[in-house]
Design a binder for this molecule. Structure first.
Ligand SMILES: *Cc1c(COP(=O)(O)O)cnc(C)c1O
Length: 385
């Protein structure tokens, strides 16, 4: 069910100029010999897949990446014609439409290659096929023990004209911790897998291992291409490690104060009275809650941007609403009913990273889960009006 949502109540604003700026900054950082894949899975981490994909292409991204075939096909339906990789399927999914739409599909197993032969026959054209080796994340991908059989089958299918192997890739377990021993260990396994593929006669266009954090922190992980999601949205993939690249957060989540209220010492706020005023304060009601992707963990921990200051969330976050302290004793609130506050956005307002730290999670989860009854709007701060 998708209702129209009144932007007066709560709104997510996504600045496409920020996305373009970030994509260009990252491209500069990795240099001209490394291709950039902007990862737009999960509705572009909540930023809107189609508008973000357009912005990424405008900024020169030769590749886009998504998890599912459905996401890839939605991009094609929206008119995207560039290189596009999808990497997550289950048995029984129909790959033919993706093959027909010139999507690079990813196989982890020889069973998937058998399935792809059939999809190729129905699509009426050869596939662009990438192979994923599991170098130690122990999530998706081909186990090293099975890799020789996978590359042999991929070579045979290529010789038979079913597909061209366009890429070989893997994914890191601890790229946000550049000193983690998993990084060099996975590099080693990846290089061995590339050697085995080459020995089997495969000559992929792109070999890739790095996500945002690795792209920015481990130059040796860049190979031919980097798959960059979070950093494209202006968020820090490895807080405490990443150099300041001047990236701009693209998303701002705002809500309008529904009403304000004076509380006396001893008044408890929201379910369970987990916060009790010890002085007279003014609180404001915001019409967003955990059903809209505002984490329940933000209760009593996160802060909201109020007219350039940061004000605390008081009490529990409810399904549809939450309470913030707008003014302490002796203060006049800077905003009142009908005024907007910022849940998270760019500093000096709280950022998605601030919310992540307050809630014991990562900024990926903050931006990709916000939604619900927020209206969403795309702006372009560079556009002439
Ligand atoms: C989501 C994802 C990425 C992007 O990761 P970021 O940390 O957001 O850059 C890259 N590769 C794969 C396989 C992914 O699933």
């Amino acid at each position: 069910m998708s209702l129209p949502h009144d932007a007066r109540r709560a709104e997510i604003v996504v600045d496409l100029a920020a996305v373009r700026h970030n994509v260009r900054r990252i491209a500069d950082e990795v240099g001209p010999d490394v291709a950039l894949m902007v990862v737009v899975k999960a509705d572009a981490y909540g930023h809107g897949m189609v508008p973000v994909a357009r912005a990424a292409r405008e900024a020169g991204a030769p590749w886009l990446g998504v998890a599912t075939l459905d996401e890839a096909l939605a991009l094609r339906e929206a008119g995207d014609t560039g290189r596009l990789l999808a990497w997550l399927t289950v048995p029984g999914e129909d790959w033919a439409a993706a093959v027909a739409a010139d999507v690079d599909v990813t196989a982890y197993t020889t069973a998937e290659l058998d399935h792809l032969v059939d999809a190729v026959a129905r699509a009426g054209r050869p596939a662009r096929l990438q192979l994923k080796i599991d170098t130690g994340l122990n999530r998706g991908g081909c186990a090293p023990a099975d890799w020789p059989a996978l590359v042999a089958a991929a070579r045979a299918g290529q010789d038979a004209g079913h597909w061209r192997v366009t890429g070989i890739w893997s994914h890191l377990a601890a790229s946000d911790d550049p000193d983690h021993p998993a990084n060099p260990a996975q590099q080693r396994v990846f290089r061995e897998a590339l050697d085995a593929a080459e020995a089997a006669g495969l000559e992929p266009e792109v070999r890739h291992l790095a996500n945002s954090a690795a792209a920015l922190l481990q130059p040796e992980s860049r190979f031919d291409l980097v798959r960059v999601g979070l950093a494209s949205y202006g968020l820090d993939p490895a807080p405490g490690h990443t150099p300041d690249l001047g990236l701009h957060p693209a998303m701002t989540a705002t809500a309008t104060v529904a009403m304000t209220k004076r509380l006396a010492p001893g008044d408890g706020v929201s379910y369970g009275h987990t916060w009790i005023a010890d002085q007279p304060v003014t609180v404001g009601l915001l019409p967003v809650g955990y059903a809209d992707g505002v984490p329940r963990h933000a209760g009593n921990t996160a802060e909201v941007g109020v007219a350039g200051t940061r004000r605390p969330v008081r009490g529990r976050v409810c399904m549809d609403q939450l309470v913030v302290e707008l003014a302490g004793p002796g203060e006049e609130p800077a905003v009142g009913a009908g005024d907007r506050v910022v849940l998270f956005g760019a500093a000096p307002d709280p950022t998605a990273q601030d919310w992540a730290e307050a809630c014991g999670t990562i900024s990926y989860e903050i931006v990709s889960r916000i939604g619900g009854r927020f209206a969403r709007r795309w702006v372009d701060s560079e556009e002439q009006s």
